[in-house]
Design a protein around this ligand. Structure first.
Ligand code: HEC
Length: 99
C-alpha cells in the first residue's frame, strides 16, 4: 500500500471511530433525558443535571458511576442491556463527571 493510500485509510478509520463514539453519546443522552431527568429535577429543585455537578456528589470513579447508573436504572424499571448502560455512562462522564 502506498503512503497516500494508507494515510487515507487511517483517516477514514479515525473518522469512523469518532463518529461511532459521538453516536453513542447522543444515544446515551436520549436515553438519559427520556428516563432520568424528571426525578433528578424534583430532587434538585428543577435543575436535574446539577445532581452530577454538586460539590457533595456521590460518584467519584467510573466503576461507581456505572454502579449508580445501574441502580437508578433499576429504580426506573427500564431493561437496558449493558451497551445502553455504557452509552449513558459515557454521556454522563463526557459531559459532567470527566473521571
Ligand atoms: C425515582 C427517582 C430517580 C430516577 C428516576 C433516577 N434517579 Fe438517579 N438518583 C436518584 C437519587 C435519590 C439519587 C441519590 C441522591 C443522593 O444521594 O443525594 C440519584 C443519584 C444519581 C447519580 C449520582 C449523582 C451523584 O451524586 O454523583 C447518578 C449518576 C444517577 N442518579 C443516574 C441516574 C440515571 C442514569 C437514571 C436513569 C436511568 C436515574 N438516575 C434515574 C433518584 C433517581
Amino acid at each position: 500500500m502506498n503512503l497516500k493510500l494508507s494515510l487515507l485509510v487511517s483517516a477514514f478509520f479515525l473518522y469512523a471511530s469518532q463518529t461511532a463514539f459521538s453516536a453513542n453519546l447522543a444515544h446515551g443522552k436520549d436515553l438519559h433525558d427520556a428516563n432520568c431527568q424528571s426525578c433528578h429535577a424534583s430532587l434538585m429543585g428543577g435543575n436535574p443535571d446539577s445532581i452530577y455537578t454538586r460539590s457533595n456528589r456521590r460518584v467519584s470513579s467510573i466503576d461507581g458511576l456505572k454502579s449508580q447508573v445501574t441502580r437508578c436504572k433499576t429504580t426506573v424499571g427500564v431493561a437496558w442491556p449493558d451497551d445502553q448502560v455504557q452509552d449513558v455512562v459515557d454521556y454522563l462522564n463526557t459531559n459532567f463527571y470527566k473521571l
